[in-house]
Design a protein around this ligand. Sequence first.
Ligand code: NAD
Ligand code: ZN
Length: 359
Amino acid sequence: MKSRMESTMKALVYKGPGKKPWERVPSPKIQHPTDVIVRVETTTICGTDLHILKGDVAAVQKGRILGHEGVGVVIEVGSAVAALAVGDKVIISCIKSCGRCSFCKQGLFGHCLGDEGASGIGWVFGHLIDGTQAEYVRVPYADNSLYKLPATVTNQQGVLLSDILPTGFEIGVQYGQTKPGDVVAVIGAGPVGLAVVMTAGLHGASKIISIDLDPHRLEEARKFGATDTVRSGEAGWKAKVMALTDGWGVDVAVEAVGLPATFEMAMQIVRPGGHVANVGVHGKPVELPLQDLWIRNITISMGLVNANTTPMLLKLVAEGKLQVDKFVSHHFKMDEMLAAYDTFARAAETRALKVIIDR
Ligand code: NAD
Ligand code: ZN
């Protein structure tokens, strides 16, 4: 249980809106008996990190190490850790879970009451406690918050299971109550929308329509399993979607952008009795036209990912049933962290999807 970690390490530190040096900071230490320390081997950047850097996520304090996705090796374990040992290769889930509270027992890990950062929110890394864009990270409730990486799954594949795959599947496909034969439309073809496209087939979608403004992303969507693509922002986009159904709209409309306009688009294309599954994180109120929706028997869902489907998704990745390497557009080394951010932030020009950052 001895660590050979140095007393300091390099990490991406949030210093307020727009300020994020890659700098030397103290290495993490075990704080609770249920903690482990992971030597991060692979991490990546999420759209949410960009939101934080704009100052949109007020709970993130200056000095916080960002990042909530990662794969690494356990180098130190707390005295109460039972299921993990030094040397284990693990996926760090974006959601921590104490495994004991009433929400965890329901599988609602997103609302874990374990007291870490703030009680009642499972997303703590790079938000309420230091995150994974660092050489080392402390993981609370490690027995339940880490997943062992099988030898057949690469670091790159594993890191895509930290957040985007479970988010797309749980909040898009499952909450949308996708059934065999359903026509599913996914608005937004970023990494999260493409994760919905990739996993909608697991519930038997007959057609998967990807909708985005960016023609390059629509081209990508085909590789992820979209049967049809529609460019929004052009007149007639709605008619094109309707023509791909029996004329009454889609069974499941997934919003994977996070804007009032795109939520409205989802409500416009859903059929009577259908589901609108909102995945996007919204920063502004959205108008809800109940006066039109009630008589169409529409169900609307939304949520923070629980990452309770990670073990199932991991099996599919291990067996090659989900080919997640397609998400990766760029590779960087950890000491190129700022270049990785720059590439990811200019996705429309650089065609970035997921940027993989290795030690
Ligand atoms: P992204 O910014 O990479 O992708 C968004 C896509 O939406 C882009 O391809 C963009 O071209 C497209 N878009 C923008 N305006 C559009 C319009 N009017 N019509 C059609 N397409 C439009 O984002 P991402 O990383 O894929 O994440 C998507 C959303 O999911 C974000 O809001 C993110 O914060 C959210 N998210 C939610 C959870 C959760 O737990 N619910 C978890 C992770 C991410
Ligand atoms: Zn819990």
